[in-house]
Write a protein that binds this ligand. Structure first.
Ligand code: F6P
Length: 393
């Protein structure tokens, strides 16, 4: 790259003579967003592009259009920074639903405004960093002929076509760290601890966080459970001389009667269309408290799982996703989403990624691993041999 070009590309003023790549972060934040922005900006820079970062998700694309020029300098220190320097929202004029909540069509006229911004800023492509709701909005852009690509973001890890979304590993780390802390206090007081984790309608965080943090019981949306089986497990542990029990419950797990525990309507303001889950740990704690003599305590991990910086795994994954997204734009592979198919970074149609939630396989190897260690999913009375190997009577 010539010195002149480097100087022009480093400028944080809009350069009408350079090709532009747009990027935005949409939906709930998660660790690794800034690392994706940094990687995309750096990759675009070396290819001679100027990067435009739109603020507050899709909102920055329309009146009042708001953006800032991203450069290798002003994104240089954000690799390990949590949140997103661009801001994000999961409500507003683009509040879109996807997955089990169904797709919501964008209001007529919005797409025309977005098209006008693309033309005015001479965008060769837009990188949408988001989960299923935001990517289903990106899909509507693509269907309208706009050049967009996607990067899968969510702590929930529930997008199809990718083994991992960035942010998930950091949330799992938070969960296992919390369990390590609960372990010592539970053991000291011979208590049962019930910890609620996020994940919406899938149990990825609960499953992986539970295994990583040494949970004894894990309750998932994908596996129906009963209180009787949980009490059996607690009693079995007592017989084994373990006077405490760690229970992880996914916010989207159904109660034994099949119902979901939701927050009241006040949790949804300003066009946020998604069902707000939360409160199941309180229900489980209350019920167990009435069934056993031990003390039972409740912890809701909440937004701690989304805050803070990314783990090393998420830093690498975010960097790879950001760089690959730029490559997709350069190759004009629009309508595609970056994905991780270990060990490869590939891409798949956004339409396939948002069509169906990726749920935990109740018969998959991670659940089998847990069962092999005696972790209870609340669906069986005691240990169930998950492998096709004989067990001594
Ligand atoms: O999708 C990410 C997530 O953190 C879910 O796990 C959780 O149910 C939801 O977002 C919480 O949303 P909000 O930040 O709007 O309360």
């Amino acid at each position: 790259m010539t010195t002149d070009l480097i100087q022009r590309t480093l400028s944080d003023q809009l350069d009408p003579h350079r090709p532009h790549i747009g990027v935005l972060t949409s939906g709930g934040d998660c660790p690794g967003l800034n690392a994706v922005l940094r990687a995309a900006t750096k990759s675009a820079f070396w290819l001679g592009y100027q990067t435009i970062g739109f603020e507050r998700g899709f909102e920055g694309l329309i009146d009042p259009v708001s953006y800032r020029i991203l450069t290798p300098q002003n994104t240089g220190d954000i690799l390990g920074l949590g949140g997103t320097i661009l801001g994000s929202t999961n409500k507003g004029r683009f509040g879109a639903r996807a997955g089990v909540d169904g797709r919501a069509e964008l209001a007529p006229g919005l797409l025309d405004q977005v098209k006008a911004t693309f033309e005015r800023l001479n965008l060769e492509g837009l990188i949408v960093i988001g989960g299923d709701g935001s990517l289903s909005t990106a899909l509507q852009f693509h269907e309208a002929g706009l050049p967009v690509v996607g990067v899968p973001k969510t702590i929930d890890n529930d997008l199809s076509c990718t083994a991992y979304t960035f942010g998930f590993n950091s949330a799992v780390y938070c969960c296992s760290d919390a369990l390590d802390r609960l372990h010592t206090t539970a053991e000291s007081h011979s208590r049962v601890m019930v910890m609620e984790v996020m994940g919406r309608h899938t149990g990825w965080i609960a499953l992986h966080g539970g295994i990583a943090g040494g949970a004894d019981v894990i309750l998932l949306p994908e596996i129906p459970w009963t209180y009787e089986h949980i009490v059996d497990k607690i009693e079995e542990r007592t017989r084994m001389g373990r006077n405490f029990t760690l229970i992880v419950v996914a916010e989207g797990a159904q109660l034994p009667d099949g119902s979901l525990v939701k927050k009241d309507a006040s949790a949804n303001k300003g066009g946020n269309l998604q069902v707000k889950l939360g409160g199941i740990a309180e229900c489980v704690t209350h019920e167990l408290d009435s069934r056993i003599d031990q003390d039972v305590r409740c912890v809701v991990l909440g937004h701690l799982q989304r805050g803070g910086g990314p783990t090393t795994f998420d830093r690498v994954l975010s960097s790879a996703f950001g760089a690959h997204a730029v490559r997709l734009i350069v190759e004009k592979k629009f309508g595609q989403m970056v994905c991780h198919d270990p060990p490869h970074i590939l891409d798949a149609p956004i339409a396939d990624a948002v069509g169906e939630l990726r749920r935990v396989d109740p018969h998959g190897s991670v659940v089998q691993t847990a069962r092999a260690m005696g972790i209870c999913f609340g669906d069986t009375p005691g240990y169930v041999n998950p492998f096709d190997v004989p067990r001594e009577a």
